[in-house]
Design a protein around this ligand. Structure first.
Ligand SMILES: [Zn+2]
Length: 816
């Protein structure tokens, strides 16, 4: 006996009778009640009170859910409930009352479709097997207390279903968009039932402004009801968008290509990897298309098409080291020195290369060269990855200046370097087009196009904090300031001022002083408006905003909702951390949670908001932050590959920077979800393999509108299948794993072919670990190498979803 059954056994009000006996007695009562009626009622209804509905024991093979209470909308749905449900309750007719128990039923009807009144209370009936034989219906009254929490939501849904079916009956070409906020369905609903009191109650019960989720979540029940009313309703396009067993809104493409299709460039970059047997290279053979691809790369100053094939000359390394006399070196030269095998730097090479930023002569007459080291690809995060251009070097932020400067007699020779060249095949010696930047403590690395400032180390341009601050910020701009509060139990003296526990510290603390105060101060970043600069004190006067959440009465507010502050404080320039966005919104927008992205993300992106004052006070003077609704800003045209349900692409769209026109994935359910959550009515979907897609794109002759043309994609986003790398995959060398892993080469091939302006790749962290039979192949480094070799600037991040407002810990790396 299930827990539910034992529970009701104690509560039994009326002695349970056999259902057939109960029916006989009730029918007798019914006959007597209607003995004097001229016209007999068409159907016989008995009232069912105190009812509970639950699953029979045969529901699943393992009987796990036997006896479980269940909502009526689950009846006869796909994948369960085919044996019907059981009902307990009290059947009555007039004064005659009988407890029934475990009556099996499969038939549920909701009457009242097409009626002018909104309510379907008292119109929901079931028919058990025994009742069916006698053409008797059980009409629901009030549920048993333990069943109320199932019945109430079902009643809500039954009302929705009535309206849904009626709407379908009256409307042609219904799609899910009709159920969006303020769309056709909502308008229709108000027109039909806006004056019905029951409708008003129903509305206030759910507070919904749109019904798309309701439709999608209850598609099984809605379909069953629509089918039972009129089979023709099942031809509405809506079902093909949402019915998980019959999705047809996006046509499926035939899968022809079994291998991973890549461009010759991508093939060259990945042909040494453990999954290379999965790759098949496909060159562009159509001359017109070839020119388009070439022109696109030229426009974006990327590596020219076919550079690898043309770049097979000898490595220029140490080509003229036979010079015997010390060469004449000038500032701006590049020199080679012998690699230092004793030092801290790893030595895998014979020579080191350095850019001479300054030459000075010591008091003893020695000539010293202050340098910036140039890295070979293997000295960067590309590591052991194969890099196709052996004549490319990277300027670094690693300098040899001051006491680290090298002496002239260490120089073996001067080296010819072409700065800023984009064609590796067109330079006789080395070329440098990017700087490799490191913030090792934050695990942050990037390859960036050379700038003039890169040719001098920051040690030589000592930052004047104050002038830097004056240059960076203006009055009325909004910034994040670091505020520090003394949390120690006793007071401290800092720079002649005494601070008591709880005091805010305004002193300009050195790194040493800060280290000494470790554990005694607590600080955080707060948004503030700059109101002035105090040049005498080298201090910035700011007016901090207050946070709504600091008000004990407003705990439900977003953490980034602010109030205007009155307090003005002076802080040292070093406490101004960075700019932030603060924007005013109407009170009603905030209350109805209609604050637009990115202001609706709890402070992510340094975005804050506050309510616009309706009083006659003059508007606040601070400079309003980024306006997501500003017209006229062209959006990057996006393409999502391996896009799945589209979370990454939707996030990028939310940022306001992009709109996705193309989506490619072969998961039917995921891509249909993508389609429904996209706001772009012109988006094109390809439900099929990325290999077939790229084959068609490279052939150049497809008329399929979902195949993007070269030049149509500004922003490409993709996360190639992670199962090949996931830590949960125990066999990373199986054919399936190899195929999945090889898809990363496909991603590179897409970038090579389409040359987007921006590309974002997201994947699991294990992709950055050693792979292959000997665990010595780093797929991530190889992807970076490919992107750098294509001529892109690349940034890599290790990110954790919970730092970005998601309630999960989920590290991802991302390169763009
Ligand atoms: Zn330096």
């Amino acid at each position: 006996m299930s827990s539910y059954e034992s529970h009701i056994a104690q509560e039994r009000l009326v002695e349970a009778t056999n259902e057939a006996e109960a029916l006989r007695a009730l029918e007798t009562a019914h006959d007597m009640l209607h003995a004097d009626d001229v016209a007999k009622p068409e159907h016989t209804y008995f009232r069912l009170e105190e009812f509970s509905i639950y699953r029979p024991s045969g529901w699943t093979a393992n009987k796990r859910h036997a006896g479980e209470l269940v909502s009526l909308d689950q009846l006869l749905r796909h994948g369960g409930g085919s044996s019907g449900f059981l009902v307990d309750g009290i059947l009555s007719c007039g004064e005659e009352r009988h407890q029934i128990q475990g009556a099996v039923f499969k038939t549920l009807t909701v009457d009242g479709y097409g009626a002018d009144v909104f309510s379907v209370h008292d119109k929901i009936c079931i028919q058990s097997h025994s009742a069916e034989l006698r053409d008797v219906w059980y009409q629901f009254g009030s549920p048993a207390p333990q069943y109320r929490r199932y019945y109430k939501p079902f009643l809500w849904l039954a009302h929705f279903t009535k309206c849904f079916v009626e709407y379908l009956l009256e409307t042609e070409r219904v799609t899910l968009r009709h159920f969006a906020r303020e769309a056709q369905f909502a308008t229709w609903l108000r027109r039909c039932y806006g004056n019905d009191a029951q409708y008003a109650i129903w509305c206030s019960d759910n507070g919904l402004l749109e019904y798309r989720t309701t439709v999608a979540a209850n598609v099984g029940f809605l379909y069953k009801e629509a089918y039972s009313i009129d089979r023709k309703l099942c031809n509405q396009p809506l079902w093909g968008e949402i019915d998980p067993v019959n999705l047809t809104a996006i046509p499926a493409q035939r899968n022809i290509e079994q291998q991973t299709i890549v461009t010759p460039f991508a093939y060259d970059l990945f042909k040494r990897m453990y999954f290379s047997n999965q790759l098949k290279q496909l060159p562009v053979t159509d001359p017109v298309l070839w020119q388009e691809v070439r022109r696109r790369k030229e426009q974006l100053k990327l590596t020219p098409l076919g550079a690898i094939a043309r770049c097979k000359g000898p490595t220029p390394e140490g080509s003229n080291t036979s010079e015997t006399s010390t060469p004449v070196v000038q500032e701006g030269d590049v020199v080679a020195v012998k690699a230092d095998s004793e030092g801290v730097w790893k030595v895998s090479t014979e020579f080191w290369y350095a850019y001479v930023q300054r030459i000075r002569t010591t008091t003893k007459g020695n000539v010293r060269l202050e340098v910036l080291w140039l890295y070979e690809p293997k000295d960067t995060t590309l590591g052991a990855a194969y890099y196709p251009f052996s004549n490319e070097l990277f300027l670094s932020d690693n300098c040899g200046c001051g006491s680290e400067a090298i002496s002239l007699d260490q120089v073996l020779c001067k080296v010819a370097v072409e700065w800023g060249s984009t064609d590796p095949a067109a330079v006789p010696g080395f070329f440098v087009r990017q700087k490799f930047c490191t913030v090792a403590e934050e695990d942050r690395y990037s390859f960036e196009t050379l700038k003039d400032l890169d040719f001098m180390c920051i040690c030589k341009a000592p930052a004047d904090e104050w002038s830097e601050c004056l240059r960076a910020y203006k009055v009325h701009e909004t910034v994040l300031v670091l505020r520090l509060r003394l949390t120690a139990t006793s007071g401290v003296n800092l720079q002649g001022d005494a601070y008591e526990p709880g005091d805010e510290i305004f002193a300009d603390l050195s790194d040493g002083e800060l280290a000494e105060l470790e554990g005694m101060v607590h600080g955080g970043l707060d948004p503030a408006e700059i109101v002035g600069f105090n040049s005498d004190m080298h201090a910035v006067e700011v007016r901090p905003f207050r946070r709504m959440t600091d008000n004990s009465t407003a705990t439900a507010s977003a953490p980034n909702e602010l109030l205007l502050g009155r307090e003005r404080i002076q802080l040292p320039a070093a406490r101004i951390v960075r700019k932030c966005h603060v924007r005013l919104f109407d009170e009603v927008e905030i209350r109805e949670k209609r604050v637009p992205c990115p202001y609706d993300r709890g402070g992510t992106g340094n975005c804050f908001f506050l309510a616009r004052q309706t009083s006659t006070l003059p508007p606040p003077a601070f400079k309003a932050g980024f306006d997501p609704a500003a017209p006229g800003r062209p959006k990057l045209r996006g393409m999502g590959i391996f896009c799945g349900g589209g979370n990454l692409d939707r996030g990028l769209e939310d940022s306001g920077a992009a709109e996705f026109d193309y989506a490619v994935d072969w998961a039917e359910h995921a891509l249909h979800s993508y389609r429904l959550s996209s706001k772009n009515p012109h988006a094109q979907y390809f439900l099929g393999s990325v290999d077939d897609y790229l084959t068609a794109a490279i052939a150049g002759s497809s008329t399929n509108p979902s195949i993007a043309k070269v030049g149509a994609v500004d922003l490409m986003a993709g996360g190639s299948p992670c199962p090949g790398y996931s830590a949960l995959n125990v066999n990373k060398l199986s054919d399936q794993s190899l195929k999945n892993a090889s898809m990363v080469a496909s991603v590179v091939a897409y970038v090579d072919f389409y040359s987007p302006k921006y590309f974002i790749l997201e994947n699991v962290v294990t992709m950055t670990q050693g792979m292959g039979a000997n665990k010595d192949e780093n797929v991530f480094s190889q992807v970076l190498a490919a992107l750098v070799a294509l001529g892109y600037q690349v940034q890599q991040f290790l990110m954790d979803a919970w730092s970005y407002g998601s309630c999960q810990q989920r590290y991802r790396f991302s390169g763009d």
